[in-house]
Design a protein around this ligand. Sequence first.
Ligand code: CP
Ligand code: NVA
Length: 331
Amino acid sequence: MPVSLSGRHFLKLLDYTPEEIRYLIKLSKEFKNLKLTGTPHRYLEGKNIVLLFEKTSTRTRCAFEVAGMDLGMGVTYLDPGSSQMGKKESIEDTARVLGRMYDGIEYRGFAQEIVEDLAANAGVPVWNGLTTEFHPTQMIADMLTIEENFPQGLKGLKFVFMGDAQNNVANSLMVVCAKLGMHFVACGPQEQMPKDDLVSEAKRIAEETGGSVTLTEDVDEAAKDAHVIYTDIWVSMGEPDDIWESRIKLLEPYRVTQEVMDKADDDAIFMHCLPSFHDTKTTIGKDISEKFGVSEMEVTDDVFESTKSKVFDEAENRMHTIKAVMYATLS
Ligand code: CP
Ligand code: NVA
């Protein structure tokens, strides 16, 4: 049976089969090829989408906007201050209004249940552009990036996430790796490991696909022979600023350094969803450096800037993959 995702929401990868995820990666490659060869692909002309952002964004917003425009669609962006949603109008009512005007809705914000609620009421496809629990569009871009570097395929690769293994990106990576038969390792302190119920679910999925899920505090064991070393910021959007100090203490042993990369496979790559604190060229980075004397956080600048670092390919791939997700669900 050919895969059809027409009319589907894209809320979390637990809702998608391995075959459907592989289909989205393949479709993304086709869209990347169209873009790179300058071949027009205004396949969704006449449709309109709305992007709701309750948190800030560079990549996700721009990826949805450019992908939408490349596909020939009209795109509306609503930032946290410019809609009634949440303050004067419930999520259900907002969804029912927007569903009357738009063909698809993207949401970035807080609890996963908000985007699930939107989807239940919108009557059109809803795409999760990041919640506290999950970041599914990032996953398709990440898997495409890994496949570009390991053309033999994703199955069987050792994927290591280091740092705050409890955040939206780590949760989603654990799920997608399990779905695609990869060996996922969360490497961080006990306090920041993914929640037990999600780990159990991912382990159950991995058993079916031939992958595995391991949680460890041991950096050497985790990094050994890894194909991918991935990290993310130590304090995510929506978390209070006053946890920086305790997070730095807790997560410093899990910084991705050249020493960590040296323990990995010879062909290993470094990945990060971005934005990243690898230097002090940001207001937060500078502030942290002045307060706590730390000039690099989750990754050292030399690893970030090294040839093993694929972070900007990964960022570019957000656009090709979000295009695939919108095309597959709207056509
Ligand atoms: N990776 C990512 O989602 O980046 P933005 O927060 O800039 O969208
Ligand atoms: N974990 C990060 C991801 C940013 C793309 C956050 O939620 O802020």
